[in-house]
Design a protein around this ligand. Structure first.
Ligand SMILES: [Zn+2]
Length: 203
């Protein structure tokens, strides 16, 4: 397995600790604030950073070498999608993006992941979705950083999207928050899944 580089870890560390401190003073709805604290636990000892993640042993329909991914993706996209990095909070281009319609696709392979109407305002600093297009996103247990989290990846190429948190009290149909890096996605105003005629079951 590949370990992220130290600068990558530091940036990730920064992203998490920063998220905790920066989200607190925000003018959030009182019912949302406690859940933010819950979802961003304090950073434990560095020794527990390198825990296993089951996703590394998975295979996906679209297979590419690191060289191929590097040629295709920007440095930041490669760091997040292929090395499971995290963009700094409140910096992503889709954090405050709230379109009426359209679809968010994987920045690695263009697979449709989320619909515009899955997105909600979480105030967490990253794009948040309460649900995904059926089958588009695969979940894994992620034990890095001494936390037990659920990682989400693109089901087609295995690209790292972010994490999903449940039971935080958001007033959404699922009470789940798919916390996704903007850099892992592209957005299209057209919804090819619907407009292409491919019937989606309303699961
Ligand atoms: Zn993908």
């Amino acid at each position: 397995m590949r370990f992220p580089s130290i600068p990558t870890l530091l940036r990730t560390f920064y992203a998490f600790s920063n998220a905790t401190t920066r989200s607190a003073p925000q003018a959030l709805h009182p019912s949302i604030r406690p859940s933010l604290v819950k979802s961003m636990p304090t950073i434990p000892f560095l020794g527990s950073l390198f825990s296993s993640s089951t996703s590394k042993t998975m295979t996906y329909p679209l297979q590419k070498s690191d060289d191929e991914w590097q040629a295709q993706l920007s440095r930041e996209q490669f760091r997040v999608l292929r090395e499971k990095g995290t963009e700094a909070p409140f910096t992503g281009k889709y954090d405050k993006h709230a379109p009426d319609a359209g679809v968010y696709t994987c920045a690695g392979c263009s697979a449709p992941l989320y619909r515009a109407n899955h997105k909600f305002k979480s105030g967490c600093g990253w794009p948040a979705f309460f649900d995904a297009i059926p089958g588009a996103v695969t979940r894994h247990t992620d034990s890095t950083f001494g936390m037990q989290r659920t990682e989400i990846v693109c089901s087609n190429c295995g690209g790292h999207l972010g994490h999903v948190f449940k039971g935080e009290g958001y007033k959404t149909p699922t009470d789940e928050r798919h916390c996704v890096n903007s850099v892992s996605m592209n957005f299209s105003k057209d919804d090819p899944v619907v407009e292409g005629g491919a019937k989606q079951s309303k699961a």
